[in-house]
Write a protein that binds this ligand. Structure first.
Ligand code: PLP
Length: 384
């Protein structure tokens, strides 16, 4: 099998058989002509499948070292489709610090349909084990987590899950297949928001599921078509185009984030840095074992009051103050008032998420410019 950077550019893709176009075509059509009833060239209706999505799904399957890929209209559509495979009465054990939208759809939508959810510190596998009930069907986790970059030992949780005949899904959005392959570590499903690093340019919303398991694939493929949370051809094209540069982008994201983590951890105005690439991270060894790089996301607490953190977030000039992550451009966010604002303050503090915490999605600009920008914003925040 070819190496990752080669796969990213070539897996699942071939010149268009009708024209020879090297790039995957975008056919803006909802339906396909049939020679005779039921006799067609593999495509009949674009919810069921279309050539651009087929290429993307094959590409994603190869990158995650799976067998089957399924593309969706958003990360939340992919997540929801996994949960739609369950039935009323089934129970899911979920990491406490998963993406806010995942928590929201589990508790505010699926709970109404009789599914049950328990939220635990997934990076403490004993908590996962303790939460498994006879009706537990699925464990859902994210590693690294958001925004505190907790690392869960995937193999360890897989072992707990499979001993109890429970299936395991990992949202691999933060790490990407360039850095971590949960299927290879034993997980049954990998889920992605392709909106983030896979797309990589903050210009498309999409999602995906990859699996090696034929039974899972048939179930999910049925749901993909039956429920219809699918991406259009142009969205698939943009994600495919983004993926071609994933390997080089992730290398730069990791390098820049490591430099910035080191800069911040030596800064006299910074209280604490959360980045799995720092030897001081409590699960640095686990991260080193299961990842090929530590990613582009990091968080840090600024000394002083919450006002100072808010000031800093508004004082950067290269970093844009915005939600989301994974694009080539650097972003800064204040989780307590932005991405995690819907969690009550008391619960946030209990989870270790302080009001002075700032989160960075480190882009691929020149790292000296990024460091200088953070330095001037820290200085500026002390003045105001
Ligand atoms: C953004 C995100 C999602 C949701 O994806 P959308 O494409 O926005 O629907 C899910 N999980 C993680 C980790 C994310 O960052």
């Amino acid at each position: 099998m070819k190496k990752f950077a080669t796969q990213a550019i070539h897996a699942g893709l071939e010149p268009d058989p009708t024209t020879g176009a090297v790039m995957t075509p975008v056919y803006l059509t909802s339906t396909y002509a049939q020679e005779a009833p039921g006799k067609h060239k593999g495509f009949d209706y674009s919810r069921t499948n279309h050539p651009t999505r087929q290429a993307l799904e094959r590409n994603l399957a190869a990158l995650e070292e799976g067998t089957y890929g399924l593309a969706f209209g958003s990360g939340m559509a992919a997540t929801s489709t996994v949960v739609l495979s369950l039935s009323a009465g089934d129970h899911v054990v979920c990491g406490k610090d998963v993406y806010g939208g995942t928590n929201r759809v589990f508790t505010q939508v699926f709970q109404r349909f009789g599914l049950k959810f328990s939220f635990v510190n997934a990076h403490q596998p004993a908590e996962v084990r303790g939460a498994i009930l006879p009706e537990t069907k699925l464990i859902w986790l994210e590693t690294p987590s958001n925004p505190l970059l907790h690392i869960t030992d995937i193999s360890e949780v897989v072992e707990i899950a499979h001993k109890k005949k429970v299936q395991m899904a990992v949202d691999n959005t933060f790490a990407t297949p360039a850095l971590q392959n949960p299927l290879t570590l034993g997980a049954d499903l990998v889920v992605h928001s392709t909106t983030k690093y896979l797309g990589g340019h903050s210009d498309v919303v999409g999602g995906a599921i990859v699996t090696k398991n034929e039974e899972w694939y048939q179930k999910l493929k049925f749901l993909q078509n039956a429920v219809g949370a699918i991406p259009g051809p142009l969205d698939c094209f943009l994600v495919l185009r983004g993926i071609k540069t994933l390997a080089v982008r992730m290398e730069k994201h990791c390098g820049n984030a490591q430099r910035i983590a080191e800069f911040l951890s030596h800064h006299s105005e910074v209280e604490k840095v959360y980045y799995p690439g720092l030897p001081s991270h409590p699960a640095h060894i686990v991260a080193k074992r299961q990842m090929r790089g530590f990613g582009g996301m990091l968080s840090f607490e600024l000394k002083g009051h919450v006002d100072r953190a808010l000031n800093m977030a508004s004082s950067t000039k290269v970093f844009t103050l915005a939600e989301s992550l994974g694009g080539v451009e650097s972003l800064i966010g204040h989780p307590a008032s932005m991405t995690h604002g819907s969690i009550p303050k008391e619960e946030r503090e209990k989870a270790g998420l302080k009001d002075t915490l700032l989160r960075l999605s480190v882009g691929i600009e020149d790292v000296e410019d990024l460091i200088q920008d953070l330095d001037q914003a820290i200085k500026q925040s002390a003045k105001s």
